[in-house]
Design a protein. Structure first.
Lengths: 599, 384
């Protein structure tokens, strides 16, 4: 048990890649939490995908002990958070478990869209904020300019911002001192009934479900019988530990402390992030406010390339979902693609990460259909239906009107690219809400349809601004618009997996682009293939894939027999990467690439 | 009758050296400073003895000296090889003995020697009949030299064929038609006309990957050039009897027919491959590709052959169809049925017949005129 006054809990927040995980490394290292030989860069990014992409996806907590200048040893619980907007939910729930934030700003880049988004969340959570200017080892660092920017754009005092290099270790002792002196100690009552917040939970292959908690009041011990107030479930604590970052058993956790337990819980889905944990008997009366679960906003179909792999895919999805409650799935059948799953994700990066993991960790070949959002169908009989898949669109005569989700998007961009950004947003049916300047950077706020953003908006934004723009968004609500379902017919047959919802005014243009793309994506066959876009029964765009005219090996003699035979076998294996639609074979990448709007 | 006898029995000898390496060529050919022709003679003779001991004294229909540039072999070496061959295999009365030759002046000077050694057919790598394209193909000879070599060859050998490569950079339909007519006018009875293929690992492949070699034809232009080729050759009395080979009826390359009819052939020399039916088994044989490695294997182990592979029913059926459909005459269906239904998708054959790409009349499976330029696509569908 640690005295409240000697505990400090904080999250490290920043825009993507500004150096949160590297700063966490230095804090872990300088306090000797991890033996020097076990140290490695971005130590907390343990998942393969995190290490490979060099990004944080899951928030991670470490408990470190720091002997401060005042002679006392403090317990610090730090939570390293992801920077990417898809995982903003990880940041917001982490913030509820702590009292302060280290706001890391890359001194060569300055304030970016997620810097803002995160800092506002920290302010909402009543956090004390310590600004840290990172990467000052780089010649391009401009700490003074960035300080000014923090004050101008965010409106918080940056006079005591700490210049550091998370890479070289410069300034790290100052950060540790600031944590102790500038961040508040947690509050709580040891004598009160147990009240702990369920911050996170994950599946560990050896231990089963591991639950992370922050104790508010009371004390939790190994062997205690506890109750989850939202679900009502009762469990016995099997193991109680703190993360250093390896689990180290501990006898009890008191107010202000953060730790983990296991309790023979089967699935991550049996736990609710934000739930209140108390004792089975003599529990607390009032639960904590709790928080809204993360809602999937982007949906797509995942189908096995080889139909025989369906069971393997089901198995893999179920296993993955054990550990990722923000990802949803239900079975789907497509006339074109057979059996698969309609899956929901927090965003496109999340989608990519899940698909990558399914393909790699479970050795599956998948077809991903065009990402779509959830439309609200207002039926003539007054019913409101969620449409997760354009293929499920009912007959229009039953539909009164359709609503789509809108977002509030914040984009920060250097002056010279502003024109391109405005044009991009305008092209995507955006409505400008705000435009302000901070130095030579503009901050634009747009009201945009989510459907126009989920697909390749971020890629386009990066390319028109040569990577200098940053982007963040929140969903604001639903709004009616003139939306229609556009089908694609290949060789006169509709391919359900290619149908999309689109604004009526833009249907012709989208249809034309899709037909042109498919014309290039579908290889020539031995007959000619019409490719059409249609709304209802009306064709709005059309292309024709010419019949194949020549595919023959020029030289084939005695020395070529074996090689030629192997080549044919390889080509036939390549055919497996295609999907058969009637007589036409469509390569799997076509399902995504056909939807890309430009470039 | 054993199945291979429908194709006959031939011997392929590989000579792996050239005066320089052509940028489009992926054959097993090398440029060497000095070649000890005596050492090569000993190795070839040892291999002939080894292989003939396995096959026994079957009638040999053809011999083919391929390369590389076999016209760089000393005529004495060719003579020694043929003498050894005759000693172990009874030669057919009408045996065809071909040697591939480059149409340079050095080689032309040796033609008499080759003829005296027993060679009765040459295949000349002319490649193009204009100097600009010959240069772009990296050839050492000029068009005039090639014509001169051809004239010497015509006077020296019973049968002469030559090779052209078409679908070159910037080659127009009209230019190819003119050049082809020129070639056909040279009073040949056999022509090999290959569409330029960018082969992996060649200098052309590297240039192509780097965005070079502008002006190569796309699929539609290549198909046009193919059609012109079929048309012109047929009109001149040399219809295509194989995808890239055209001959006056009766003047076909008998050696190459053995490959396409899935006969037996012994392959001797670096990288050479063979197919030998020995008792109930049919073997695919292969030799180490590097000239030095092959020589050492022969000298030190007494065999220039790598591990051989036994071909199963499906393999044999696949090879029979894959090679046989290259021929205009196609494949005997009865022969195919010997292998049961393994390897072949028979229902698909029926579909292709309806699409007009395959014919099955006269007890033979064959690609139609429309199907021939699409043979790879057809094979992908037929081979299960
Ligand atoms: N030169 C220099 N590079 C740094 C410094 N701090 C971090 N980096 C580099 O910046 C990149 C991003 O660092 P991370 O620590 O992964 O950033 P992050 O904020 O955790 O990123 P996300 O978790 O993806 O949002 C890495 O290549 C680091 O090596 C620094 O002080 N100086
Ligand atoms: C073994 S090579 C020829 C022998 C001889 N060394 C010569 O080059 O004259 C057989 C023939 O294949 C053809 N050939 C080689 N590489 C080719 C390629 N990449 N594309 C098309 N034809 C090719 C040439 O016409 C060549 O004459
Ligand atoms: S094309 Fe003929 S001469 Fe040229 S490298 Fe190949 S084998 Fe040798
Ligand atoms: Mg990170």
């Amino acid at each position: 048990m640690t005295e409240l006054s000697q505990i400090r809990n904080f999250s490290i927040v920043a825009h993507i890649d500004h150096g949160k995980s590297t700063l966490a490394d230095r804090l872990i290292q300088l306090t000797g939490t991890v033996a020097e030989r076990d140290m490695k860069a971005q130590l907390l990014d343990a998942m393969d995908i995190e290490r490979e992409r060099g990004i944080t996806i899951k928030a991670n907590t470490v408990r470190i002990e720091y002997p401060a200048k005042d002679g006392k040893t403090y317990v610090l619980n730090l939570i390293d958070t992801p920077g990417h907007v898809d995982f903003a939910y990880e940041v917001s729930r982490s913030m509820r478990a702590v009292e302060g934030s280290l706001l890391v700003v890359d001194a060569t880049q300055g304030v970016e869209a997620q810097t803002l988004a995160n800092v506002y969340q920290a302010i909402d959570a009543d956090h004390e904020i310590v600004p840290v200017l990172n990467k000052i080892d780089l010649p391009a660092a401009e700490p003074d300019r960035v300080k000014e920017q923090i004050e101008d754009v965010i409106g918080i005092d940056a006079s005591e911002a700490i210049p550091i290099s998370a890479k070289t270790g410069l300034g790290i002792p100052e950060v540790l001192e600031a944590i102790v002196t500038r961040l508040p100690a947690p509050k709580g009552d040891r004598a009160a009934p147990l009240k702990a917040m369920l911050v996170d939970s994950w599946y560990d292959p050896y231990l089963g479900v591991v639950v992370m908690i922050r104790v508010m009041d009371g004390v939790i011990r190994k062997g205690d019988r506890i109750r989850m107030m939202q679900t009502g479930a009762i469990y016995g604590i099997d193991k109680l530990a703190v993360l250093k970052p390896k689990m180290v058993d501990i006898a009890e956790l008191g107010p202000g402390e953060i730790g983990v337990f296991t309790a023979s819980i089967k699935q991550v889905r049996d736990t609710r992030v934000g739930d209140t944990i108390t004792h089975e008997k003599k529990g607390c009366e009032k639960p904590l406010p709790g928080f809204k679960p993360a809602q999937p906003v982007v949906f797509c179909g995942l189908f096995p390339v080889d139909a025989a792999d369906f069971e393997a895919l089901r198995d893999a999805i179920e296993k993955l979902a054990l550990n990722d409650a923000s990802f949803s799935y239900e079975m789907e059948t497509s006339a074109a693609l057979g059996f698969g799953f309609r899956c929901g994700f927090l965003g496109l990066l999340h989608l990519e990460v899940v698909r990558d993991r399914l393909e790699r960790e479970y050795d599956l070949d998948l077809i991903t259909t065009a990402p779509s959002v959830v439309f609200k169908l207002h039926m003539k009989d007054g019913e409101v239906r969620d449409l997760h898949n354009p293929a499920d669109m009912p007959d229009l005569t039953y539909v009164d009107h359709i609503e789509e989700p809108r977002i509030n998007a914040t984009i920060m961009v250097p002056d010279e690219f502003l024109g391109d950004v405005l044009k991009l947003c305008q092209d995507r049916r955006g409505i400008q809400a705000d435009l302000t300047y901070a130095g030579n950077r503009a901050m634009v706020v747009y009201d945009l349809p989510l459907a126009e953003v989920v697909f390749d908006f971020y890629d386009r934004l990066k390319s028109v601004t040569r990577g200098y723009a940053s982007f963040d968004y929140q969903i604001t609500g639903y709004r009616e618009d003139n939306l229609v379902k556009m089908s694609i017919l290949v060789n006169e047959e509709p391919v359900d997996a290619l149908s999309i919802m689109v604004h009526r005014d833009r249907a012709e243009a989208r249809g034309r682009v899709m037909c042109e793309k498919l014309k290039d994506l579908i290889p020539r066959h031995m007959f000619k293939i019409p490719v059409q876009a249609a709304i209802g029964g009306r064709v709005i765009a059309r292309e024709t894939i010419a019949a194949m005219r020549k595919d023959v090996t020029a030289k084939c003699y005695g020395g070529d027999v074996t090689r030629k035979k192997k080549l044919l076998e390889k080509q036939k294996a390549g055919k497996k990467k295609m999907r058969q639609f009637g007589k036409v074979e469509i390569p799997q990448e076509a399902f995504i690439s056909a939807l890309k709007m430009d470039g | 009758m054993e199945d291979w006898q429908a194709g006959g029995f031939g011997l392929y000898l590989h000579w792996p050296f050239c005066a320089s390496k052509c940028p489009y060529c992926d054959f097993n050919s090398h440029v060497a400073a000095a070649i000890d022709q005596n050492r090569w003679r000993r190795a070839y003779l040892a291999e002939i003895a080894r292989v003939s001991a396995e096959t026994g004294p079957r009638v040999l229909n053809t011999v083919f000296f391929g390369g590389g540039t076999p016209s760089l072999m000393a005529p004495e070496l060719v003579a020694a090889v043929l003498e050894a061959v005759r000693a172990v295999w009874p030669m057919a009365n009408d045996a065809e003995i071909t040697l591939e030759a480059n149409p340079g002046s050095v080689e032309a000077g040796r033609f008499r020697g080759f003829r005296d050694a027993g060679v009765n057919r040459v295949s000349l790598g002319v490649q193009a009949l204009n100097d600009g394209d010959l240069r772009r193909l990296g050839r050492l000879h000029s068009a005039a030299e090639a014509r001169a070599a051809f004239d010497v060859a015509r006077k020296t050998f019973d049968r002469v064929s030559f090779d052209l490569i078409y679908a070159r950079q910037d080659q127009t339909a009209a230019a190819w038609r003119r050049e082809l007519r020129d070639a056909l006018g040279m009073a040949v009875d056999h022509l090999s006309l290959y569409q330029l293929t960018i082969e992996d690992g060649t200098a052309f492949a590297a240039r192509h990957a780097a965005g070079g070699l502008a002006g190569l034809p796309d699929e539609d232009r290549a198909a046009d050039l193919w059609e012109i080729t079929q048309e012109e050759c047929a009109a001149a009395g040399l219809p295509g009897y194989e995808i890239s080979n055209h001959a006056r009826p009766g003047a076909e390359s008998r050696h190459n027919l053995i490959y396409w009819r899935s006969g037996d052939w012994a392959g001797i020399g670096p990288g050479a491959q063979g197919r030998l039916t020995l008792g109930p088994a049919r073997w695919a044989t292969e030799a180490p590709r590097a000239p030095g490695a092959w020589l050492e294997a022969v000298e030190q182990t007494g065999s220039g052959e790598g591990p051989r592979e036994a071909l199963g029913r499906a393999d044999r059926a696949v090879e029979l169809v894959m090679m046989g459909l290259r021929l205009t005459e196609g494949v005997e269906i009865e022969r195919l049925q010997h292998y049961g239904h393994s390897g072949i998708n028979f229902p698909e054959i029926r579909c292709l017949e309806e699409e007009g790409l395959i014919g099955t009349g006269g007890g033979r499976l064959r690609a139609t005129a429309a199907g021939r330029p699409l043979l790879n696509a057809i094979l992908r569908r037929i081979l299960a």
